[in-house]
Design a protein around this ligand. Structure first.
Ligand code: MTE
Length: 314
Protein backbone atom coordinates (compact mmCIF):
# COMPACT_ATOMS: atom_id res chain seq x y z
CA UNK A 1 0.00 0.00 0.00
CA UNK A 2 1.17 3.52 -0.80
CA UNK A 3 0.91 5.97 2.08
CA UNK A 4 0.78 9.65 1.25
CA UNK A 5 1.91 12.22 3.80
CA UNK A 6 -0.81 14.84 4.29
CA UNK A 7 1.58 17.48 2.94
CA UNK A 8 1.65 15.57 -0.39
CA UNK A 9 -2.09 16.04 -1.05
CA UNK A 10 -3.73 19.38 -1.52
CA UNK A 11 -7.12 19.79 0.15
CA UNK A 12 -8.74 20.31 -3.26
CA UNK A 13 -7.78 16.78 -4.26
CA UNK A 14 -9.67 15.16 -1.42
CA UNK A 15 -12.66 17.49 -0.85
CA UNK A 16 -14.93 19.13 -3.41
CA UNK A 17 -14.04 22.81 -3.74
CA UNK A 18 -17.46 24.17 -2.69
CA UNK A 19 -17.27 22.12 0.49
CA UNK A 20 -13.82 23.18 1.58
CA UNK A 21 -14.48 26.83 0.76
CA UNK A 22 -17.61 26.72 2.93
CA UNK A 23 -15.63 25.11 5.70
CA UNK A 24 -13.00 27.79 5.41
CA UNK A 25 -15.58 30.56 5.77
CA UNK A 26 -17.12 28.74 8.68
CA UNK A 27 -13.78 28.37 10.46
CA UNK A 28 -12.83 31.98 9.78
CA UNK A 29 -15.98 33.09 11.60
CA UNK A 30 -15.35 30.92 14.64
CA UNK A 31 -14.32 32.41 17.97
CA UNK A 32 -10.66 31.99 18.90
CA UNK A 33 -11.52 29.43 21.58
CA UNK A 34 -12.69 26.96 18.92
CA UNK A 35 -9.75 27.73 16.73
CA UNK A 36 -7.57 26.11 19.40
CA UNK A 37 -8.74 23.00 17.56
CA UNK A 38 -6.55 24.11 14.66
CA UNK A 39 -3.77 22.37 16.53
CA UNK A 40 -5.46 19.12 15.52
CA UNK A 41 -5.31 19.98 11.81
CA UNK A 42 -2.41 19.30 9.49
CA UNK A 43 -0.32 22.41 8.78
CA UNK A 44 -1.96 22.73 5.35
CA UNK A 45 -5.48 22.47 6.77
CA UNK A 46 -4.58 24.86 9.54
CA UNK A 47 -3.44 27.45 7.04
CA UNK A 48 -6.80 27.12 5.27
CA UNK A 49 -8.75 27.38 8.51
CA UNK A 50 -6.97 30.63 9.32
CA UNK A 51 -8.02 33.89 9.07
CA UNK A 52 -8.33 36.02 6.05
CA UNK A 53 -4.71 37.19 6.04
CA UNK A 54 -4.70 36.43 2.33
CA UNK A 55 -1.71 36.60 0.02
CA UNK A 56 1.34 37.74 1.87
CA UNK A 57 4.17 39.71 0.36
CA UNK A 58 7.52 38.00 1.03
CA UNK A 59 9.70 40.57 2.78
CA UNK A 60 13.32 41.14 1.73
CA UNK A 61 13.98 41.82 5.43
CA UNK A 62 13.51 38.11 6.24
CA UNK A 63 16.29 35.85 7.47
CA UNK A 64 16.75 32.62 5.53
CA UNK A 65 17.31 30.65 8.75
CA UNK A 66 15.11 27.66 9.55
CA UNK A 67 11.92 28.71 11.31
CA UNK A 68 11.05 27.37 14.76
CA UNK A 69 8.13 24.98 15.06
CA UNK A 70 4.64 26.45 15.44
CA UNK A 71 4.28 24.28 18.54
CA UNK A 72 7.39 25.70 20.24
CA UNK A 73 6.42 29.28 19.43
CA UNK A 74 2.87 28.86 20.72
CA UNK A 75 3.49 26.82 23.85
CA UNK A 76 6.58 28.49 25.33
CA UNK A 77 5.51 32.08 25.91
CA UNK A 78 6.00 35.07 28.13
CA UNK A 79 2.68 36.85 28.61
CA UNK A 80 2.49 37.68 32.31
CA UNK A 81 -1.12 38.84 32.14
CA UNK A 82 -1.93 35.16 31.54
CA UNK A 83 0.49 33.64 34.06
CA UNK A 84 4.20 33.72 34.76
CA UNK A 85 5.14 30.21 33.60
CA UNK A 86 5.95 29.53 29.96
CA UNK A 87 3.10 27.05 29.55
CA UNK A 88 0.29 29.07 31.16
CA UNK A 89 -0.45 31.63 28.39
CA UNK A 90 -1.37 28.93 25.84
CA UNK A 91 -3.90 27.56 28.33
CA UNK A 92 -5.16 30.67 30.08
CA UNK A 93 -5.44 32.97 27.04
CA UNK A 94 -7.55 30.49 25.07
CA UNK A 95 -10.79 32.44 25.52
CA UNK A 96 -9.26 35.91 25.28
CA UNK A 97 -11.80 38.07 23.45
CA UNK A 98 -10.09 40.04 20.69
CA UNK A 99 -13.11 41.29 18.72
CA UNK A 100 -14.02 44.08 18.50
CA UNK A 101 -10.54 45.64 18.90
CA UNK A 102 -9.47 49.25 18.64
CA UNK A 103 -6.01 50.83 18.88
CA UNK A 104 -5.81 54.49 19.90
CA UNK A 105 -2.89 56.44 18.39
CA UNK A 106 -2.60 59.82 20.09
CA UNK A 107 -0.27 62.39 21.63
CA UNK A 108 2.06 64.67 19.67
CA UNK A 109 0.29 64.12 16.37
CA UNK A 110 -1.60 66.36 13.96
CA UNK A 111 -4.24 63.69 13.33
CA UNK A 112 -4.65 61.48 16.41
CA UNK A 113 -7.32 58.83 15.96
CA UNK A 114 -8.58 55.35 16.71
CA UNK A 115 -7.99 52.45 14.32
CA UNK A 116 -10.25 49.44 14.29
CA UNK A 117 -8.59 46.07 13.74
CA UNK A 118 -10.24 45.94 10.33
CA UNK A 119 -8.59 49.26 9.44
CA UNK A 120 -5.22 48.08 10.73
CA UNK A 121 -5.40 44.95 8.58
CA UNK A 122 -6.00 47.05 5.45
CA UNK A 123 -3.62 49.93 6.07
CA UNK A 124 -0.66 48.45 4.22
CA UNK A 125 0.03 45.19 2.32
CA UNK A 126 0.60 42.35 4.78
CA UNK A 127 4.11 40.93 4.60
CA UNK A 128 5.64 37.73 5.87
CA UNK A 129 8.77 38.71 7.78
CA UNK A 130 10.95 35.94 9.14
CA UNK A 131 12.82 37.38 12.11
CA UNK A 132 15.11 36.09 14.82
CA UNK A 133 13.57 36.82 18.22
CA UNK A 134 15.86 36.69 21.29
CA UNK A 135 14.57 36.64 24.86
CA UNK A 136 16.73 38.17 27.59
CA UNK A 137 16.40 34.85 29.45
CA UNK A 138 18.63 33.22 26.83
CA UNK A 139 16.27 31.40 24.46
CA UNK A 140 15.58 32.37 20.89
CA UNK A 141 13.19 31.52 18.07
CA UNK A 142 12.84 32.26 14.36
CA UNK A 143 9.29 33.20 13.44
CA UNK A 144 7.50 33.96 10.17
CA UNK A 145 5.58 36.95 11.51
CA UNK A 146 2.91 38.73 9.46
CA UNK A 147 2.51 42.50 9.44
CA UNK A 148 4.08 45.67 8.12
CA UNK A 149 6.40 48.39 9.36
CA UNK A 150 5.03 50.25 12.37
CA UNK A 151 6.00 53.47 10.55
CA UNK A 152 3.04 52.96 8.19
CA UNK A 153 0.63 53.33 11.12
CA UNK A 154 2.52 56.18 12.79
CA UNK A 155 2.64 58.20 9.56
CA UNK A 156 -1.16 58.10 9.41
CA UNK A 157 -1.43 60.34 12.48
CA UNK A 158 1.30 62.76 11.35
CA UNK A 159 3.71 63.03 14.32
CA UNK A 160 4.53 66.65 15.21
CA UNK A 161 8.06 68.00 15.69
CA UNK A 162 7.57 67.56 19.47
CA UNK A 163 7.28 63.78 19.11
CA UNK A 164 10.62 62.24 20.15
CA UNK A 165 9.53 58.91 21.65
CA UNK A 166 6.63 56.50 21.32
CA UNK A 167 4.92 54.78 24.24
CA UNK A 168 2.87 51.60 23.93
CA UNK A 169 0.26 50.05 26.20
CA UNK A 170 -1.25 46.55 26.28
CA UNK A 171 -4.83 45.59 26.93
CA UNK A 172 -5.47 44.97 30.61
CA UNK A 173 -8.60 43.52 32.18
CA UNK A 174 -8.53 41.49 35.36
CA UNK A 175 -11.82 39.83 34.43
CA UNK A 176 -10.22 38.27 31.39
CA UNK A 177 -6.78 38.05 32.96
CA UNK A 178 -7.27 36.96 36.58
CA UNK A 179 -3.71 35.57 36.78
CA UNK A 180 -2.42 39.12 36.21
CA UNK A 181 -2.97 39.66 39.98
CA UNK A 182 0.07 37.47 40.58
CA UNK A 183 2.20 38.81 37.71
CA UNK A 184 4.59 40.72 39.99
CA UNK A 185 5.28 43.32 37.28
CA UNK A 186 3.84 46.74 36.52
CA UNK A 187 0.57 46.38 34.56
CA UNK A 188 -0.90 47.44 32.21
CA UNK A 189 2.21 46.36 30.33
CA UNK A 190 3.89 49.45 28.87
CA UNK A 191 6.88 49.83 26.57
CA UNK A 192 8.67 52.60 24.73
CA UNK A 193 10.91 53.30 21.77
CA UNK A 194 12.71 56.38 20.53
CA UNK A 195 10.83 57.80 17.53
CA UNK A 196 13.66 56.92 15.10
CA UNK A 197 13.65 53.32 16.40
CA UNK A 198 9.88 53.12 16.00
CA UNK A 199 10.12 54.48 12.45
CA UNK A 200 12.86 52.02 11.46
CA UNK A 201 11.56 49.67 8.73
CA UNK A 202 12.46 46.58 10.82
CA UNK A 203 10.07 47.58 13.65
CA UNK A 204 7.05 45.47 12.84
CA UNK A 205 3.40 46.01 13.62
CA UNK A 206 2.50 42.34 13.78
CA UNK A 207 -0.95 40.84 13.18
CA UNK A 208 -0.08 37.21 12.50
CA UNK A 209 2.39 34.39 12.24
CA UNK A 210 2.80 31.23 10.15
CA UNK A 211 0.30 32.72 7.69
CA UNK A 212 -2.45 32.94 10.32
CA UNK A 213 -3.77 35.58 12.66
CA UNK A 214 -1.90 35.72 15.99
CA UNK A 215 -2.81 33.13 18.60
CA UNK A 216 -3.88 34.82 21.87
CA UNK A 217 -0.75 33.69 23.73
CA UNK A 218 1.47 35.38 21.13
CA UNK A 219 -0.23 38.76 21.47
CA UNK A 220 -3.48 38.71 19.49
CA UNK A 221 -4.74 40.58 17.69
CA UNK A 222 -1.87 43.04 17.23
CA UNK A 223 1.58 43.35 18.81
CA UNK A 224 4.97 44.83 18.18
CA UNK A 225 8.06 42.87 17.10
CA UNK A 226 11.38 44.71 17.43
CA UNK A 227 13.88 42.08 16.34
CA UNK A 228 17.14 43.78 17.36
CA UNK A 229 15.93 44.21 20.96
CA UNK A 230 15.25 41.66 23.70
CA UNK A 231 11.83 40.05 23.44
CA UNK A 232 10.24 42.05 26.25
CA UNK A 233 10.28 45.20 24.06
CA UNK A 234 7.88 43.36 21.70
CA UNK A 235 4.70 44.33 23.51
CA UNK A 236 1.58 42.17 22.99
CA UNK A 237 -2.13 42.90 22.52
CA UNK A 238 -1.64 46.60 21.87
CA UNK A 239 -4.44 49.06 22.65
CA UNK A 240 -2.67 52.41 22.91
CA UNK A 241 0.21 54.13 21.15
CA UNK A 242 1.21 57.63 22.23
CA UNK A 243 3.71 59.96 20.60
CA UNK A 244 5.50 61.80 23.41
CA UNK A 245 8.26 64.34 23.91
CA UNK A 246 10.26 62.55 26.62
CA UNK A 247 11.38 58.99 27.34
CA UNK A 248 8.36 56.96 28.46
CA UNK A 249 8.32 54.34 31.23
CA UNK A 250 8.54 50.64 30.41
CA UNK A 251 7.17 47.78 32.50
CA UNK A 252 10.41 45.87 33.14
CA UNK A 253 12.36 49.06 33.81
CA UNK A 254 9.74 50.18 36.37
CA UNK A 255 9.77 46.70 37.91
CA UNK A 256 13.57 46.37 38.15
CA UNK A 257 15.63 49.24 36.71
CA UNK A 258 18.89 47.58 37.74
CA UNK A 259 18.23 44.62 35.40
CA UNK A 260 16.24 46.17 32.52
CA UNK A 261 17.20 49.39 30.77
CA UNK A 262 15.17 51.45 28.34
CA UNK A 263 17.12 50.46 25.22
CA UNK A 264 17.42 46.69 25.74
CA UNK A 265 19.27 46.13 22.50
CA UNK A 266 20.52 42.56 22.10
CA UNK A 267 24.18 42.88 23.08
CA UNK A 268 26.38 39.83 23.70
CA UNK A 269 28.98 42.08 25.40
CA UNK A 270 26.68 43.30 28.17
CA UNK A 271 25.41 40.57 30.46
CA UNK A 272 22.16 40.73 32.36
CA UNK A 273 22.97 40.47 36.10
CA UNK A 274 21.48 36.96 36.18
CA UNK A 275 22.06 35.60 32.65
CA UNK A 276 24.86 35.64 30.12
CA UNK A 277 23.91 37.36 26.88
CA UNK A 278 26.94 35.97 25.00
CA UNK A 279 25.07 32.87 23.84
CA UNK A 280 21.55 31.55 23.45
CA UNK A 281 19.62 28.32 22.95
CA UNK A 282 17.25 28.21 20.02
CA UNK A 283 14.04 26.38 20.97
CA UNK A 284 14.16 22.89 19.47
CA UNK A 285 17.97 22.74 19.61
CA UNK A 286 20.30 21.48 22.30
CA UNK A 287 23.59 23.23 21.68
CA UNK A 288 23.88 26.93 22.49
CA UNK A 289 24.91 29.31 19.73
CA UNK A 290 26.69 32.67 20.01
CA UNK A 291 24.41 35.68 20.25
CA UNK A 292 25.01 38.31 17.60
CA UNK A 293 25.27 42.06 18.17
CA UNK A 294 21.82 43.62 17.71
CA UNK A 295 20.62 40.03 17.24
CA UNK A 296 22.26 39.95 13.80
CA UNK A 297 20.62 43.19 12.59
CA UNK A 298 23.69 45.42 13.18
CA UNK A 299 24.03 46.38 9.52
CA UNK A 300 20.53 47.83 9.57
CA UNK A 301 20.33 49.40 13.04
CA UNK A 302 23.82 50.11 14.45
CA UNK A 303 23.77 53.66 13.10
CA UNK A 304 20.80 54.46 15.36
CA UNK A 305 23.21 54.22 18.32
CA UNK A 306 26.32 55.83 16.84
CA UNK A 307 28.38 57.47 19.60
CA UNK A 308 26.26 56.03 22.45
CA UNK A 309 27.81 54.09 25.31
CA UNK A 310 25.81 50.87 25.07
CA UNK A 311 27.07 49.62 28.45
CA UNK A 312 25.46 52.59 30.17
CA UNK A 313 22.46 52.74 27.84
CA UNK A 314 21.62 49.02 28.17
N1 MTE B 1 3.63 41.81 26.29
C1 MTE B 1 2.75 41.80 27.30
N2 MTE B 1 1.63 42.53 27.20
N3 MTE B 1 2.93 41.06 28.41
C2 MTE B 1 4.07 40.31 28.59
O1 MTE B 1 4.23 39.66 29.63
N4 MTE B 1 6.21 39.58 27.64
C3 MTE B 1 7.33 40.04 26.81
C4 MTE B 1 6.90 40.31 25.36
N5 MTE B 1 5.65 41.05 25.32
C5 MTE B 1 5.04 40.31 27.54
C6 MTE B 1 4.76 41.06 26.37
C7 MTE B 1 8.44 39.10 26.84
S1 MTE B 1 9.30 39.01 28.29
C8 MTE B 1 8.80 38.36 25.75
S2 MTE B 1 10.24 37.43 25.76
C9 MTE B 1 7.97 38.33 24.53
O2 MTE B 1 6.75 39.06 24.68
C10 MTE B 1 7.62 36.90 24.20
O3 MTE B 1 6.93 36.82 22.99
P1 MTE B 1 6.44 35.38 22.48
O4 MTE B 1 5.71 34.72 23.63
O5 MTE B 1 5.53 35.62 21.30
O6 MTE B 1 7.67 34.60 22.11
Amino acid sequence: MLYLKSADISQSEVTPKSLYLNRRNFLAGMPAAFLGARELLSPAERAKAATGLGNLVKSPLSTSEKTSSFKDVTTYNNFYEFGTSKEQPAQLAKNFKTTPWVVLVEGEAAKPRKFSMEEILKLSPLEERIYRHRCVEGWSIVVPWVGYSLSALLKQVEPTSKAKFVSFESYYDLKQMPEARHAGIHLPYVEGLRLDEAMHPLALLCVGMYGESLPPQDGAPVRLVVPWKYGFKSIKSLVKIKLVSSQPPSTWNITNAHEYGFYSNVNPQVDHPRWTQASERRLGEVRRRPTLMFNGYADQVAQLYAGMDLKRNF
